[in-house]
Write a protein that binds this ligand. Sequence first.
Ligand code: AKG
Ligand code: FE2
Length: 452
Amino acid sequence: MARYAFKKIPIVDIEPLLCYGADISKKAVQQCVTELHRSSRDVGFVSITSHRVSKELQKDVLYKILEFSKKIYSRQFFALPLEEKMEIHIAKYKDGKRGYQRLGQNVTQDGKKPLCTTNQKKKKKDIHEGFDLLRPTNDPKHWPLNTPNLWPTNPADYKEVMEEYVKTMSQLGHLLMRGMALGLRLSPDFFNSFMNESFWIMRSIHYPVGLNQNLNSNHSTQPSQPSSVDNDYPWGIGCGEHRDYGCLTMIIQDEVYGNECLQLRNRNNEWITANTNDERGQQCLVINIGDMLHYWSHGFYQSTPHRVLNPKPVPTFSLSDKLYHNTGRVSVPFFFEPNWDALVQPIDFSSQQHADPYTLKFLPWDDIDTQFIGRTHPFQTNAKSFDVIGSYDYFDGRPVLFGDHLKKNFWPISCINCPLSPFLLFFLNCLLFMSFFIYIFAEARYKSTKIL
Ligand SMILES: O=C(O)CCC(=O)C(=O)O
Ligand SMILES: [Fe+2]
């Protein structure tokens, strides 16, 4: 596979990691870590699977997750009447980030500094509805996200199931980060202290079928303003082209429409449809790297642009399961993120100070890695050599507090990002200076009148 011009997502069996943990002396772990490393480095996506993990095995995290994906609970939630879903609408809290988002409400942000180069210069409403959960917290340091989650009363055990899912995914997140640390020739615990209180985010998303053609007549939800029909995408764009801003995204989707909706863009600008089933037809969990890990890994790991197309309608006879007939695709991306106060800075591989001698002994760098390391110093924000799309305007090699990064991505038109802010600051400074001089002048006059 040509590096970057990939045609499919590599499939990696993570059984060795599940079984042996980070024991890099085991050949199977070395192979698994190498595959994970190369996929993250060259593609930015990896589909993980494990055929042999027994149910009895204590570490059968993946098995549990894949079981979850077969009966995604969120499908039941999305099937509720709109009024019921609106009871937990995101507008309930001021932060507007937890709860239900109605169809067309999410806009793939491209803002002032577009994340995408082609087709999507303008903001577009995504044809999906979603339900967002974030790490629950009332700690003032997480302001303005120090709010609890909103839970639907229906399905009754939704909260319980989702909370178990969060636990399982977090476990898997830690395991994968250990694998990635080894892949980057760091000590397996390298990321632990940065992610032991992960500020995770989880989205349940429903992409209705063929909405552009008005085919989902049995859905009570309509976009707040219908997107214009794009002839290139007759069934609509469920989620516009973007890169994820965080660390690791782990996506499950139910089995219907498995292999046709999620697409990623390779460096030849070709859209590659994600293979979410392995060669035996088994469901995989799709993992992708976000901007934060790209930055952290000093550009080693790729944050690849991707999008989701809405599923096309399926003729009645082709789906045996009537329950799912033309009810759309449901996916649940889990964003495994650093702690709120984790300070993330590009790891300087060229200095070797971070490399773990034990790991390097079993896993020496390969040729591509060595070429890469030769280029990593100093970190270049406009690192076109990594062909980064868009710009990492504030990613300039300095430590980034994850909480700040999150806020910037949630509220991109913050004062810090606002194009007006330099003028605003200048204006405010002028005002301050003027008031100061007026005060001095007034006081001097007052004193002189007093003397007189
Ligand atoms: O639904 C999916 O498969 C992916 C969604 C996605 O890319 C995102 O939420 O960032
Ligand atoms: Fe994404």
